[in-house]
Design a protein around this ligand. Structure first.
Ligand SMILES: [Zn+2]
Length: 355
């Protein structure tokens, strides 16, 4: 295939969109109980010059609205002029879930575990198949935007298969501090898109059911950085205060039921054995403190201050880089987006010093 062949013959939802123009499209993706077409709203933006085709998908889990907010910013107020190539912006990928503020499809299946799907399979399989055929197959690269699951938040991080050189380049360029390496769960969009020859990364940031200002800013800057990296946009990429791969992660879980007071927030650096949270019996006569299992960084947390034994409290990441050098880079950085997002995310918790 010649360079940018997908860009040259670009058609979507049965329409040809010329270079240098943009179009709002409705792609038939499924049908409703009334028998009407379920239409996926898309905007295609084509630069005057040839280049890669990039899809940006949000809310494949229908309650993860931070990504929708990021795509909206790119629709209404893009911080760049597209110089080369084509952008496919999908503010809501799982329309069924979005309509009911839910993660799943009406058949209770997870759309992001249903790829590549099939034309004759379940509701989820057919929906995924249509996305693969109409969006992934027409793209050279992809960025899929996510938030944490129900009752959790994530410090913005990129998840990517770092053994794939094109994916690795995008993951680093996006500009999050933390990159979690892996192919992704079986049936996920990014895993199957990569397998189909469309290198794809995901952003995991913030909470479901919200558009958070810090996450929005990181997402918009990150997408812009990737487009600069791919030669589609001109400009200087922004850089995080530090960047490291994550070697492993673990959830620290509650040992007793009770109400939590937190001692850390998302993005914090941790010493080994540092107190993370104290749980109190409801009259305060029983307490338990959970500690960091190793030196690391808070990747995610529960936003639910009431826990039972075994419920997750804090997702701790062990970075590949030395903590000492990461601390140094963070201390030397100017306060910016990344410290801003950390402050924003911390407002979801009652954080007190450990006494
Ligand atoms: Zn998700």
């Amino acid at each position: 295939m010649s360079e940018f062949a997908k860009d040259k013959r670009f058609r979507l939802a049965g329409k040809q969109i010329r270079r240098g123009s943009h179009a709002n499209l409705r792609l038939k993706i499924s049908e409703t109980y009334t028998g009407d077409d379920l239409l996926l709203p898309l905007r295609v933006i084509r630069a005057p010059k040839p280049g890669p085709v990039v899809f940006i998908t949000a809310a494949i889990h229908g309650d993860e609205l931070n990504g929708t907010g990021i795509v909206h910013s790119l629709l209404f107020n893009p911080p760049f002029k597209l110089d080369r190539g084509t952008l496919i912006l999908t503010p809501v990928t799982n329309i069924f879930g979005f309509e009911s503020h839910e993660r799943y499809l009406p058949d209770r299946r997870d759309l992001n575990r249903s790829f590549p799907g099939s034309a004759g399979g379940s509701l989820a399989a057919r929906y995924a198949h249509n996305l693969m055929r109409e969006i992934v197959a027409k793209s050279d690269y992809g960025i899929d935007l996510h938030s944490a699951a129900f009752q959790r938040t994530n410090y913005p991080n990129i998840r990517a298969d770092m053994s794939n050189p094109a994916v690795r380049g995008m993951a680093r360029a996006f500009g999050c501090s933390l990159i979690v390496d892996g192919k992704g769960p079986v049936g996920s969009l990014r895993r199957e898109a990569c397998r189909a020859g469309c290198p794809t990364i995901i952003l995991e940031a913030g909470e479901p059911w919200k558009v958070e200002p810090g996450v929005l800013a990181i997402g918009v800057a990150g997408v812009t950085n990737v487009l600069i990296h791919l030669g589609m946009v001109q400009g200087e990429p922004t850089r995080p205060p530090y960047q490291t791969l994550v070697r492993r992660t673990t959830w620290v879980r509650a040992r007793m039921g009770g109400m939590l007071k937190f001692h850390v927030s998302a993005g914090d650096f941790l010493e080994k054995d540092q107190p993370l949270a104290t749980s109190y019996g409801i009259l305060g006569d029983k307490t338990d403190v959970v500690h960091a299992p190793f030196e690391g960084i808070v990747l995610g947390m529960t936003t639910m201050p009431a826990v039972k034994p075994g419920e997750p409290i804090c997702h701790v990441a062990l970075p590949q880089a030395k903590m000492r050098s990461l601390r140094k880079s963070e201390q030397n950085a100017h306060p910016g987006l990344h410290s801003q997002v950390q402050e924003d995310l911390a407002t979801s918790f009652d954080i007190v010093d450990y006494a």
